[in-house]
Design a protein around this ligand. Structure first.
Ligand SMILES: *Cc1c(COP(=O)(O)O)cnc(C)c1O
Length: 371
């Protein structure tokens, strides 16, 4: 991990065994096939290492956002098929068909264009029908489903492999989500043929709901150790611990201002640690002034003043002696990423995907990560 000649300032310790554990929880809880969602660099964990770990453990599909991520995955030569969760742009469709990636279709224009390109290449496009049951982001509206099904089903240009829809409120609105499951099941049951893959649930959907028709789940967040529904958090193992290093210890007198805007002033002679993390690493600046505390050797020490791009300042209590080079943990053990997200008025998905490329990812295989 930290190289002796130039220690990294911030690193994310990633537990591959934690990822594998969470995948096993998904399988046990859902009893269905799993599309491991590895978009956005596997929620910041590193798509290559995560996809390799999941492929070894056994998944049915990898879900990525779009072709850039599909290309990254394809280079790994895993045997696991790749599903594009977002729409495919016209100029990408030939590549998608050629590579054998699975596209989801939301419109008759897409059906016609994919059909034309597949015919010209003498290839079949593997596709799923996307159905809009309330997300409003993509998919055929329910009244268009049978027509779309028929058009794809009767064309030799397609392998119609599945159908899916998405849940907008599975972690917020159980009444609505229950009705959405019912509507989806009824629509799927109205199709003339049962497709190979039928899918609706994200993490929250698979944790708390059941379906008469689905046989595939699409978890993201819970694979990365965070339950969108707090009552299931204890099932999961932490997969990322964000750590940083004290780069400087200084004594400053009472009445001294700290950081941009001078929002904090010392009350007394103080031992101030400067720590090598900032919003340039993905620590939200919105945490400034929110009483954020970080873990220094089992002690929670307050972050004072505003978060800067590369550094934060912490108040080390007089009874502790800290040194430059000592490690701190921002989230993972004492503080969860869910708590950090709440303090910064956002969601854990955004914190994970906001960890920037300059943060080193360091992979551990142990069940528990001890420093
Ligand atoms: C991102 C995404 C998921 C994964 O959602 P989580 O809430 O992270 O489990 C599932 N399905 C689709 C369509 C997505 O875009």
């Amino acid at each position: 991990m930290p190289s002796p000649c130039s220690p990294p300032r911030t690193w994310a310790e990633i537990s591959l065994s934690g990822l594998r554990h969470n995948l096993r929880v998904v399988k046990a809880r859902s009893g269905q096939n799993v599309m491991a969602v590895v978009k956005a660099n596997a929620y910041g964990h590193g798509i290559e290492q995560v996809a390799s770990a999941f492929a070894k453990e056994g998944v049915c599909y990898f879900g990525v956002a779009h072709v850039y991520e599909a290309r990254q995955l394809a280079q790994l030569n895993q045997d696991v098929p790749i599903y594009l969760l977002s729409p495919t742009m016209p100029q990408e469709r030939a590549e998608v068909i050629q590579a054998g990636w699975t596209a989801c279709l939301s419109s008759f224009e897409e059906i016609e264009d994919f059909e034309r390109i597949a015919q010209a290449k003498h290839k079949q496009a593997t596709v799923h029908l996307a159905l809009d049951t309330g997300m409003g982001r993509g998919g055929f509206l329910p009244q268009d489903l049978l027509k779309a099904f028929h058009q794809v089903e009767t064309s030799a240009a397609f392998k119609l492999e599945g159908i899916g829809s998405h849940l907008p409120s599975a972690d917020e609105d159980p009444v609505y989500t229950q009705a959405q499951f019912e509507q989806f099941d009824t629509l799927v049951e109205s199709l003339p043929r049962r497709l190979q893959y039928i899918h609706l649930a994200n993490s929250a959907g698979l944790l708390d709901y059941s379906s008469r028709t689905t046989n595939l789940v699409r978890p993201g967040l819970m694979l990365y150790g965070v339950s969108p529904l707090p009552q299931y958090q204890s099932l999961l193992h932490t997969t990322m611990r964000l750590k940083s290093v004290i780069s400087l210890i200084r004594q400053v007198p009472a009445g001294h201002s700290i950081s941009y805007g001078r929002s904090f002033t010392t009350q007394e002679d103080s031992q101030i640690a400067t720590v090598g993390i900032g919003y340039g690493d993905g620590l939200p600046r919105a945490l400034s002034g929110e009483n954020l505390q970080i873990d220094y050797r089992g002690h929670m020490i307050p972050v004072i003043g505003r978060i800067t791009m590369d550094q934060i300042m912490c108040l080390i209590p007089p009874h502790l002696t800290a040194q430059a080079g000592d490690h701190v943990e921002i989230f993972g053990t004492a503080t969860s990423i869910t708590e950090i997200a709440a303090l910064s008025k956002t969601i854990p998905w955004e914190i994970f995907t906001g960890i920037t490329p300059r943060v080193l990812r360091s992979y551990k295989d142990e069940q528990t990560l001890l420093q």
